[in-house]
Design a protein. Structure first.
Length: 129
């Protein structure tokens, strides 16, 4: 996907990107190497690299999206609540609109495909590709 760098506080600190018209706060994993990092205002190819909250219960994940939403909501800093639909297993992939997240849960049960869930990303990050 394409991202535009709006601002950054530096490597491994908070950065703001514009992706598909939305402002997204991420951990800056892309300006570590000054010679190859995007500059403010530059558009570059970007891929998410996220850390999912592994302490959420199965029940919380499966009951957290009764409205069947797809999307992400900023909680604080680079922490987001994600809402999406399971599209496949092996690995489990969740379509959250802007983000396609893998391995939120682990299962081989095909009955979960199509279910809507909610989960928390404790660190939304990414890097240029």
């Amino acid at each position: 996907m394409k991202a535009k760098l709006i601002s950054t506080e530096g490597p491994y600190l908070e950065a703001v990107l514009e992706i598909e018209g939305e402002l997204i706060h991420v951990m800056d994993e892309f300006s570590v190497d000054e010679n190859h990092s995007p500059k403010v205002g530059e558009i570059f190819d970007f891929e998410f690299s996220n850390l999912v909250d592994e302490d959420e219960s199965w029940e919380s994940i499966f009951s957290g999206n009764p409205d069947r939403k797809k999307g992400i909501e900023k909680l604080s800093g680079w922490k987001y609540r994600c809402y999406g639909q399971i599209t496949k297993i092996s690995p489990v992939v969740v379509d959250c609109g802007l983000i396609q997240e893998e391995d939120v849960i682990s299962t081989n049960d095909e009955k979960v495909v199509g279910d809507y869930i909610a989960f928390t990303i404790t660190r939304l990050g990414g890097y240029p590709i």
